[in-house]
Design a protein around this ligand. Structure first.
Ligand code: CAA
Length: 503
């Protein structure tokens, strides 16, 4: 059946459209790329040349193979050139009116058998289909940025999609070397429904002063093992696109955590749209997040080593896991003392440590330390912590081989505060019957480059640990979305240890 897709049109050659065109051309399929005018067309050509040029420079493509790929793409400013295309994918900006206008034109121009697909990130495919005379031939084909690299395609069918069409499109996705995950038409589908609220939450926490931009990115990259921190990723996706997706989610859910963080609107208004505009949360050339070293944002609480204070010589370590960490510090020449004699008191915890303060002779020397994975230590200052002590503890954890992430003393600090609600959302999504655990895991691994999907992460951390973390977050913030999903509570109560073992 997939041999029916011989010629493919792509409408809109921005970052995503050009990437999608490249995917088809790489698979040997002829592509007609359409842009609104000559300038936009030249930019689209530039995206294609840059992307294949990068592969050439890395030795991933030969000059001849690159020429063949580029030769398969015909560029035009006329939609009429799509009259004979078998499949057209629309990749214009995430605005319903733009999409409707394109689909109305495509419906008029394209042959009746042609499939009209949209790369929308969140808009209703049912509503887009309704603008055509062929709603059964309209489908979602959602790629991920950068399209030539990310292995997932979400295939989205509506209530009226022709029988068999979703499977035909899924086969085509496989032909491109991608893995399809097929789902119904809900705002955000699988990936954006889980990803965007997490990114928005990071922006809210940044605004609240929990931690700095670089520190949150470092924490999520090195602590949670994600390929990019949330602000580097917002820059890659585009702040405007993220804003539009969140707005659609909010419209459907009326859940205020889907309401775009004001910091997004401010930056968009200032023209800071992300990488494509030369800057978003990071400035041009400032994407230290992917290079392995923290950036130099000048934001408060940066984990830059130059912000560390001199290491305290006498330290007390409290809390679970405290002995092992104390031994590690002793190896670095630090004297471990009782609380009364210490200069700094480290409380190993991920719940607010301020509750310990009244029992200490010097509460200003108390700092919360949360060891995350093998490489990160969150260093939490309470409302009483002396900033010099906090900086000294940063130096101390760095000497112990960990990257310090300075933050405020709040429930679950940074990594878990961002991770657990995302995991909770995944459980709710599965429980709603929208997608299987396996499909959700595949979608997050291949769509976002995660090492594990959310259910694999929950199993690795332990269902009870995640449930307890959510309870702690809920106890502090009282936000409904932080309450553990009923299914998670039930599985823990039933003693089920893994999502793989669920009945
Ligand atoms: N175009 C083409 N190829 C690219 C590219 C681009 N823009 N960016 C990176 N690549 C290629 C590189 O050439 C390289 O290929 P080879 O291994 O063949 O040499 C590979 O990708 C890895 O690139 P780098 O080594 O330069 O950089 P990296 O290892 O830091 O990886 C990344 C970059 C692939 C982007 C990685 O950081 C990642 O997976 N990030 C997560 C991206 C993500 O979450 N995307 C989904 C966003 S959500 C979305 O798109 C949906 C929506 O609707 C909003």
């Amino acid at each position: 059946m997939t041999s029916t897709f011989v010629t493919v049109g792509v409408v809109g050659l921005g970052t995503m459209g050009a990437g999608i065109a490249e995917c088809f051309a790489r698979a040997g399929i002829s592509v007609i790329g359409v842009e609104a005018g000559p300038e936009a067309l030249a930019r689209g050509r530039g995206h294609l040349e840059d992307s294949t040029g990068r592969a050439l420079a890395k030795g991933r493509l030969t000059e001849a193979a690159r020429a063949e790929i580029l030769g398969r793409v015909t560029l035009t400013t006329s939609l009429e050139d799509l009259a004979d295309a078998d499949l057209v994918i629309e990749a214009v900006p995430e605005v319903m009116d733009f999409k409707r206008a394109v689909f109305t034109d495509l419906d008029r121009i394209c042959k009746p058998s042609a499939v009209l697909a949209t790369n929308t990130s969140s808009l209703s495919i049912t509503a887009i289909a309704a603008t055509t005379t062929r709603p059964g031939r309209v489908i979602g084909m959602h790629f991920f940025n950068p399209a030539p690299v990310m292995k997932l395609i979400e295939v989205i069918h509506t209530m009226v999609t022709d029988e068999g069409l979703a499977e035909e499109v899924a086969d085509l996705a496989r032909r491109l070397g991608k893995t399809p995950v097929t789902v119904g038409d809900r705002a955000g589908f699988v990936v954006n429904r889980l990803l965007l609220p997490y990114l928005n939450h990071a922006a809210v926490l940044l605004e609240s002063g929990l931690a700095g931009r670089d520190d949150i990115d470092t924490a999520m990259r090195l602590g949670a093992g994600l390929p990019m921190g949330p602000f580097a990723l917002l820059d890659l996706i585009g702040l405007d696109t993220s804003y539009e997706v969140l707005s659609v989610l909010f419209q459907e859910s009326r859940d205020r955590r889907h309401a775009p963080a004001p910091i997004l609107r401010e930056r968009i208004s200032a023209g800071l749209l992300g990488r494509k505009a030369g800057g978003g949360f990071y400035g041009p050339g400032e994407h230290a997040d992917t290079s392995g070293t923290p950036g130099t944002s000048g934001t408060p609480g940066t984990s830059d080593p130059s912000a560390d204070g001199p290491s305290p010589k006498r330290v007390a370590v409290l809390g679970e896991g405290g002995d092992a960490f104390a031994a590690r510090l002793a190896d670095e020449g630090i004297t471990i003392t009782p609380v009364e004699e210490a200069e700094a008191v480290l409380a190993l915890s991920s719940v607010p440590v301020i509750e310990l303060a009244p029992r200490l002779p010097h509460p200003e020397r108390l700092v919360g330390v949360h060891l995350v994975g093998e490489g990160v230590a969150e260093v939490a200052s309470t409302v009483l912590t002396d900033p010099r002590v906090a900086r000294a503890v940063q130096g101390l954890v760095r000497a112990a081989g960990r990257v310090p992430v300075p933050c405020r003393d709040r429930a679950e600090f940074v990594v878990d505060a961002l991770l657990y609600p995302y995991l909770n959302d995944a459980v709710r999504m599965y429980d709603s019957g929208y997608a299987t655990c396996e499909d959700i895991d595949v979608a997050m691994r291949l769509g976002c480059g995660y090492r594990q999907g959310p259910f694999e992460t929950i199993d690795a951390l332990g269902l009870e640990t995640v449930r307890d973390g959510l309870r702690a977050l809920y106890a502090e913030y009282r936000e409904p979305f932080l309450a553990p999903a009923p299914l998670l509570e039930q599985l823990v109560a039933a003693g089920v240890r893994s999502f793989r073992d669920r009945p």
